[in-house]
Design a protein around this ligand. Sequence first.
Ligand code: NAI
Length: 331
Amino acid sequence: MRTVTLVPGDGIGPEITQSVTSILEAAGANIQWDTHDVGLSAFEKTKCLVPDSFVNSLRKTGVALKGPTTTPVGGGHRSINVSMRQMFQLYANVRPVKTIEGLDNKFSNVDMIIVRENSEDLYKGIEYKISDDIAQGIKLITAHASERISRHGFELAQRLGRKKVTAVHKANIMKFTDGLFLQSFEKVAKEFPNIESEDMIVDNCCMQMVTKPEQFDVVVTENLYGDILSDLAAGLIGGLGLASGANLGTEQAIFEAAHGSAPDISGRNLANPTALLTSAISMLEYLEDRDCADKIRKSLMKTLAKKQSRTRDLGGDLGTSEFTEALISNL
Ligand code: NAI
């Protein structure tokens, strides 16, 4: 039996983690959960956003499944996600985006993996007020982190038999920071002569993604561009309710959906648990329980194939709990 740290999170987090853990249990996953509050839910109970009990649990288990946590906009506390990624050196945020057959998609052939640098760039948190009217933020890019994420992208491509890796940047304008990112990518690309490499400026990449998304295979990019591009890409395959993610480091891994805590639908049995479920499927693969991962994936595809057994964000009528029951009955 493997112990995994579980964070229910804020907003829709508890509803979708409840759904996903019951699906994993029904599928026979050999997992016991060590559950910890993090974020607003933890703050209400302990006055601490990232309690030590969670940190110790993740250091011990090495793997967490995490529901979304709320971050106040424009003030309040710093993002818990950003803090956790830095605390555990989870330097790679890997977000697969693949068309799900049978859904009414605008594109039938999207199959890309966005590999986002997760530890630096403008998310380093180096920002301050110079005066009431002027604020400054610093974009930090290092060769070390840029080479590390590029290597992660190429190694992933090699492992999965992918053909091409695209670096996305804005080195035409930010010649030192994005220039360094691009140089680092090009240096690493030479180590993988069997994989095609190319680079693309981020604004052009946005246009290419919404017109010809099938051209992308593995995309390696900086933190801010990756954050935006991965939500954009999620829109190509049916929205945020479907977009999974993993934050990977050398010692720990946190699996979580790309979406946030969706306060607009929280507590109303409206959330689609699919993104957290596909993150959990990736987690099972990471834990080398492929049989269970395949079983759940097949059941998910079977459930999503019928319009009447989808949640409302995908045009169906089911609530979170009814969708969960339908999926379990398809296992
Ligand atoms: P959001 O992703 O929570 O919601 C955007 C839109 O997508 C909303 O209309 C929401 O109802 C819908 N949506 C999201 N997930 C859905 C699901 N599973 N099923 C059906 N519809 C879904 O983004 P928003 O509103 O910008 O952020 C809300 C909070 O989440 C903020 O505090 C933000 O900081 C936090 N957040 C947390 C993340 C994390 O913990 N990894 C990631 C992104 C945002």
